[in-house]
Design a protein around this ligand. Structure first.
Ligand SMILES: NC(=O)c1ccc[n+]([C@@H]2O[C@H](COP(=O)([O-])OP(=O)(O)OC[C@H]3O[C@@H](n4cnc5c(N)ncnc54)[C@H](O)[C@@H]3O)[C@@H](O)[C@H]2O)c1
Length: 463
């Protein structure tokens, strides 16, 4: 059992705190937002994350998890302090480290005895050194070790990702700190989770390099999809077959409206700035930023291709969050696509299963469900693949729409199925001519002479 403080109770901090408590540690979660704290103390979760409420409740009941508003109270009781505050982009797009600095200073002021300071937030290489210098400057007599332990969880499946990660990365500069970190993650040894023991600088870079690579993969398949649209090929089949190559893998090969969310946009931008700062031009990543921006615009063009000029048209937008199972709208494609549709004169009726209003998204009529949104619309634009949009009754939609048309930005539907219902359809990279019975790319594996048909390989949500 380790005494732990986690500073920041956002998506990462709260999940980390609850999971580490569940591993048997005593955890104090600290946040300086009094409203968040009141919500948490009432037993509620300030954001939407499946399973988190139950995990928090259980660990609070077992007295392994408490909430507190003051670093000064929590830190002296802890052997390990995780920093899980936000690192949003500053005006130039660099990672803004002001909250990390603030917390490091507060830890320096209040730590008692040997304390390990762990950065969980995504931070540029060199931040470990920065934290170390703050600690040393403010507490020359203090006994600290600095560790980087970047987080790879995905919103929407955060608990599963934390409890069953592909790997845990620990960057530490002392054996003593490494031992304690390994003790904290010991429950994962049963699952044979690879633990990457490395330097602080490597750990910091691993996080950015991983996120930027995933963004690159998404952008790559989006460009293949755009090309498919021109040449009459089907990206769903192309991606499925590509993904069967073990060197490529089928993950993050799902064409769509471009990545969004609180991580990929800011981390790709921050990494280009890290490169810029040392005089290196990171060409592939710069292209990724451009491709992603254009991809969002392309979704608007798809609506125009189906409907003509958008002035006077009504569009039903389904899904506002950047991906399903989260209420996070940070950098969601909807936040650029909807204003552009509006700018071109369209009226927007929107629905999302958890988001009912977004400050800044003005002139949007919020509707009670997909069918309500589609009432009187010229087109449904499916932006986030929430489960409740995966089995739409097209007959019912058609009855109330002014014109039956679907822009399927997530390739949820088979074009021919939608067209059968009399809808005009546009997907992302799915402009193929259906004809041969195998046009949909079923995967056949021949085993000892028998043909075994497999269902299509699963697709991965982007973001
Ligand atoms: N959200 C993700 O999916 C994800 C995944 C992996 C890594 N990350 C990284 O983790 C970090 C946190 O991300 P997030 O999405 O959880 O952020 P968030 O904005 O949801 O939460 C940050 C929290 O920190 C609190 N905070 C800020 N300054 C504080 C202070 N001085 N004292 C106490 N609390 C303070 C805020 O009130 C807020 O509740 C970021 O660096 C992010 O890049 C995020």
């Amino acid at each position: 059992m380790v005494n732990i403080t986690v500073v920041g109770t956002g998506y990462v901090g709260l999940v980390t705190g609850a999971c580490l408590a569940d591993f048997g540690n005593r955890v104090i979660c600290v946040d300086n937002d009094p409203r968040k704290l009141t919500t948490l103390k009432r037993g509620e979760i300030p954001f939407y994350e499946p399973g988190l409420k139950e995990l928090v409740e259980m660990n609070r009941a077992r007295e392994r998890l408490v909430f507190c508003g003051d670093v000064a109270e929590a830190v002296p009781q802890s052997d390990v302090v995780f920093i899980a505050v936000g690192t949003p982009p500053d005006e130039q797009g660099h990672a803004d480290l002001r909250y990390v600095r603030e917390v490091a200073a507060a830890i320096a002021d209040h730590a008692k005895g040997y304390t390990i300071v762990v950065t969980k937030s995504t931070v540029p290489t060199g931040t470990g050194k920065l934290v170390e210098s703050i600690l040393q400057e403010r507490r020359p007599d203090g006994e600290f070790d600095v560790v980087s332990n970047p987080e790879f969880l995905r919103e929407g499946s955060a608990i599963g990702d934390f409890m069953r990660p592909d790997r845990v990365v620990i960057g530490a500069s002392s054996e003593r700190a490494m031992d304690v970190m390994e003790q904290i993650y010991r429950p994962l040894y049963l699952l044979r989770t690879p633990i990457v023991r490395t330097t602080v600088a490597n750990a910091e870079m691993i996080k950015y390099a991983s996120n930027a690579f995933l963004a690159l993969k998404i952008s790559y398949i989006n460009e293949i999809a755009n090309l498919c649209d021109f040449v009459g090929a089907d990206v769903a089949v192309v991606a499925r077959a590509m993904g069967l190559d073990g060197r490529i893998s089928d993950k993050f090969l799902h064409a769509g409206p471009g990545y969004g969310g609180s991580c990929f946009p800011k981390d790709t931008l921050a990494l280009t700035h890290i490169a810029e700062k040392v005089g290196y031009k990171f060409r592939t990543l710069e292209a990724v930023l451009e491709v992603n921006r254009l991809q969002q615009q392309r979704m608007v063009e798809k609506a125009r291709n189906l409907l003509g000029e958008l002035g006077g048209k009504t569009i039903a937008v389904l899904g506002i969050t950047f991906k399903p199972n989260t209420d996070d709208v940070r950098e969601a494609p909807s936040l650029t696509i909807i204003p552009e549709l509006r700018r071109q004169g369209a009226t927007i009726r929107a629905h999302d299963p958890v988001v009912k209003d977004v400050p800044g998204l003005t002139d949007v009529t919020w509707c009670s469900d997909a069918y309500d949104a589609a009432r009187g619309a010229d087109c449904v634009l499916l932006l986030t693949e929430w489960n409740e949009y995966r089995n739409l009754e097209f007959g019912r939609l058609k009855e109330t729409m002014r014109r039956p048309a679907l822009v399927d930005c997530r390739n949820v539907y088979e074009p021919r199925e939608v067209r059968k219902h009399g809808f005009d359809y546009a997907g992302v990279g799915r402009s193929y001519e259906a004809g041969a019975p195998w046009a949909m790319g079923d995967v056949l594996v021949r085993e000892s002479g028998d043909a075994v048909e497999r269902p299509s390989v699963t697709t991965e949500k982007s973001g």
